[in-house]
Design a binder for this molecule. Structure first.
Ligand SMILES: [Zn+2]
Ligand SMILES: [Zn+2]
Length: 240
């Protein structure tokens, strides 16, 4: 009864077109789902970005950079369709879109994530002023959803976003990483009572663009004794 009333009050809206989804048990309209570009092989063994030739192991970006995270997965290409969807999710209170995102992540990468055996999921944090403004951290919503489905604990406060970062666009790769690294703080109090030793973590975020955010978080975590860092993001930029 309650569920029926809730369904009527809050019908599921499509994360692509924003309309009410029919039939009722779906989370996206099927024509809209076809617009999303799911990432398939061949793809980079480190960042999961699509690559042209099957023989190559890494994308040119990962070949060029000495990343410290192990590797990670992204589900969709960050194209205009996903850009709009994620922007609604992040900035326009469309938290409900996460239900579809989480379902797809778990369907496509649930087994792979379980195999990595992370000790915990760590959402990439946002600055507290942004948190106040938006009311939530989109990465945290994703992490809790995935964690619940796969039975993996979530540590939402292991990393804290320290300061507002400078706009990244004008910076070189090196400046970008330095700028970002200073932006994340390892929060000792989040782990002092934690029942198990943390060695393997899976970072969760909405978009992977240059990899600098994941790398910055990795460096901070490794400085505090973590040994393996993986990531999962909804989307990844198309390539370089
Ligand atoms: Zn739709
Ligand atoms: Zn790559």
């Amino acid at each position: 009864m309650l569920q029926a009333i809730l369904d009527m009050l809050y019908p599921v809206r499509c994360p692509v077109c924003g309309d009410v989804v029919t039939p009722k048990d779906m989370k996206i309209c099927s024509p809209c789902e076809k617009k999303l570009q799911v990432i398939v092989e061949p793809r980079c063994k480190r960042c999961s970005k699509p690559i042209d030739e099957e023989q190559r192991e890494f994308c040119s970006d990962c070949e060029r950079k000495d990343y410290h995270f192990d590797f990670g997965y992204s589900l969709w290409i960050y194209d205009p369709v996903m850009r709009k969807s994620i922007s609604e999710f992040k900035y326009h209170y469309k938290k409900e879109f996460a239900r579809y995102y989480i379902e797809k992540i778990v369907q496509n990468y649930g087994n792979a994530i379980v195999k990595l055996a992370p000790d915990a999921l760590v959402p990439v944090p946002i600055h507290k002023s942004k948190y106040r403004e938006r009311g939530y951290n989109q990465a945290e919503i994703l992490a809790y959803g995935i964690g619940k489905e796969l039975n993996i604990p979530v540590l939402p406060n292991l990393l804290i976003r320290n300061k507002k970062t400078l706009p990244q666009k004008q910076l070189s790769d090196k400046e970008r990483l330095k700028n970002l690294q200073e932006a994340f703080i390892f929060n000792e109090t989040a782990v002092c009572n934690y029942p198990r030793r943390l060695k393997r973590l899976l970072l969760v975020d909405d978009i992977y663009t240059t990899g600098s955010t994941i790398e910055a978080c990795t460096n901070v975590l490794m400085r505090h004794g973590m040994e393996h860092i993986y990531f999962i993001t909804l989307c990844i930029g198309k390539g370089f």
